[in-house]
Design a protein around this ligand. Structure first.
Ligand code: HEM
Ligand code: HEM
Length: 236
C-alpha cells in the first residue's frame, strides 16, 4: 500500500463505512490513563505525595485492566490484533502495509503502545517499592530488602521518570504529526470510538461494544481496582 492510499484510508470519502474500532472501555481507559499519568508527573515533581500515591494506585488498576482487556476486549483492542512481526513494521515504514494493519494500531503505533504500557508498569512497580526516606514509602517496601528499595527508588526518580516523560511526549508528538502533517484522523476515534473505513477494505469486523461487553469491562475493572486497593492497604 502506498503513502497516498494510506492517507485515503484515513480521509473521509463517500464510499466509507463508520466502524467501531475503539470500544468504550478502551477509550475510558485511555483518557483516564492520560489524566492520571500527567497528574503523577506533576505530583511527583512537586512532592504532593498523598495524591501521587492515589493516582499511582489508579494507574495500577488501569494497567491491570488493560492487560485483561488485551485478551477479552473488543477486536481492535486485543493484543493479538496489533502484535506485529518485524516484517509488518518494515512493510509499514515502506508504505506497503497490509490494509488490515491500518485500522487499529498501526505496526509502528503498536510498538509505542507496548513500550508505553511496559514502562508505566515498571514505573508503578518501582513506585510501590520506593522510599524517599522522609515520609513517603511505597506499600511494598517492607516486603523487600533495603538494596531492592534503593534500586527501585533510584530507577523511579531517575531513568524511569525520564523515560516515562520522553515516551509520553513522543506519543503526543507522534499523534500530532499524524493528525497535522499526514492528515490521519486519529484523535476523534479515540473519543467517539468510530473510524471511517474505506469500502476498498471490504467488510471490516468492528469491535464489540455493546451493553454485555461494557458490563464485563466494569466487572473486570472492579476486580483490578479491588486488587490495587488491597496493595494500597499494605502500607503501614
Ligand atoms: C500521559 C498521556 C498519555 C498516555 C499515557 C497515553 C497512552 C496511550 C496508550 C497506552 C494508547 C493505546 C491505547 C490502547 O490500545 O489501550 C494510546 C493511544 C492513543 N492515544 Fe494516547 N496517551 C496519552 C495522551 C494522549 C493525548 C494527549 C492524545 C491526543 C492528542 C492521545 C491520543 C491517542 C490516540 C489518537 C491513540 C490511538 C493511536 C492509534 O490510532 O493507534 N494520547 N495512548
Ligand atoms: C506511572 C506511574 C508513576 C509515575 C509517572 C511517577 C512519577 C514520579 C516522579 C516524577 C517522581 C519525582 C522524582 C523526583 O524526585 O525527581 C516520583 C517520586 C516518587 N514516587 Fe512516583 N510515579 C508513579 C507511580 C508511583 C507509585 C504507584 C508509587 C507508590 C505507590 C510512587 C511512589 C513514589 C515515591 C515514594 C516517590 C518519592 C521518591 C523520592 O523522592 O525518594 N510512584 N514519582
Amino acid at each position: 500500500m502506498t503513502d497516498s492510499s494510506v492517507a485515503a484510508l484515513h480521509a473521509r470519502a463517500p464510499s466509507e463505512a463508520r466502524t467501531r474500532v475503539w470500544d468504550l472501555p478502551t477509550r475510558l481507559f485511555h483518557w483516564a490513563l492520560a489524566v492520571a499519568v500527567i497528574g503523577l508527573i506533576g505530583t511527583g515533581l512537586s512532592g504532593v505525595m498523598e495524591w501521587h500515591f492515589r493516582l499511582g494506585y489508579t494507574v495500577l488498576a488501569l494497567l491491570l485492566f488493560r492487560l485483561l482487556w488485551g485478551f477479552v476486549g473488543g477486536r481492535w483492542s486485543r493484543f493479538a490484533s496489533f502484535f506485529y512481526g518485524p516484517g509488518s513494521v518494515v512493510a509499514y515504514l515502506r508504505g506497503r502495509a497490509h490494509p488490515d494493519h491500518l485500522i487499529g494500531h498501526t505496526p509502528l503505533g503498536a510498538l509505542s503502545v507496548f513500550a508505553v504500557l511496559a514502562i508505566l508498569m515498571l514505573q508503578v512497580t518501582t513506585g510501590l517499592m520506593a522510599d524517599d526516606e522522609i515520609s513517603a514509602s511505597g506499600p511494598l517496601t517492607r516486603f523487600v530488602s533495603g538494596g531492592v528499595v534503593s534500586l527501585a527508588t533510584s530507577w523511579h526518580k531517575a531513568q524511569g521518570k525520564w523515560i516515562v516523560i520522553a515516551l509520553v511526549s513522543l506519543h503526543v508528538l507522534a499523534v500530532l504529526f499524524y493528525v497535522l502533517v499526514k492528515r490521519h484522523r486519529l484523535v476523534r476515534p479515540m473519543v467517539t470510538g468510530d473510524k471511517q473505513i474505506s469500502a476498498a477494505n471490504g467488510n471490516v469486523a468492528a469491535s464489540r461494544d455493546d451493553a454485555a461487553s461494557r458490563c464485563l469491562a466494569l466487572v473486570l475493572f472492579a476486580l483490578c481496582a479491588g486488587l490495587a486497593f488491597w496493595v494500597a492497604s499494605l502500607r503501614v
